[in-house]
Design a protein around this ligand. Structure first.
Ligand code: SF4
Length: 114
C-alpha cells in the first residue's frame, strides 16, 4: 500500500511539472482539459489499478489466515501491527503465539469497511 501512495505522489509531482510547462505552449482552455485528463490518466487510474491488484494479491491473506481473525491485523496494509511485519499465506510472524481474537466491534467495522 505504501508503494502505491509513494509512486502516486511521484507521478503527481511529475504530472504537475509537465502540465505546468505545457501552460506556456497551449491554449488556456485546452490546457485545463489536458491537465485534468493527464491527472486522471497518469496519477489516478494507475493508482486505482495498483490498488485492485494489491487487493487481489492479498485476498487470501486478508480472508483466510489466522491473522485475519486477530485484533492486531491491519487489513488495509496487510500488516501485523503488533510485530510490524507482513504476514503471508505461508508465514505467520508470531507463529500464533500473539494471536488475540478480534472484538465484536472490530469484526463489525471490518465487515462494512470491505
Ligand atoms: S499477532 Fe500473530 S496472529 Fe495476530 S496479526 Fe500478528 S502475526 Fe498475525
Amino acid at each position: 500500500m505504501g508503494s502505491i501512495i509513494f509512486w502516486g505522489i511521484i507521478r503527481l509531482a511529475l504530472t504537475i511539472a509537465g502540465v505546468w510547462m505545457l501552460y506556456f505552449y497551449m491554449d488556456y482552455g485546452l490546457w485545463w482539459a489536458f491537465g485534468i485528463v493527464a491527472l486522471y490518466g497518469i496519477v489516478l487510474h494507475p493508482a486505482l489499478i495498483q490498488y485492485k491488484l494489491f487487493e487481489e494479491e492479498n485476498k487470501e491473506i486478508i480472508d483466510f489466515t489466522l491473522c485475519s481473525t486477530c485484533k492486531y491485523f491491519d487489513t488495509t496494509a496487510v500488516l501485523c501491527i503488533k510485530l510490524d511485519e507482513h504476514p503471508t499465506k505461508n508465514y505467520l510472524p508470531c507463529d500464533g503465539e500473539a494471536w488475540e481474537p478480534k472484538s465484536y466491534e472490530d469484526r463489525y467495522e471490518n465487515k462494512y469497511q470491505a
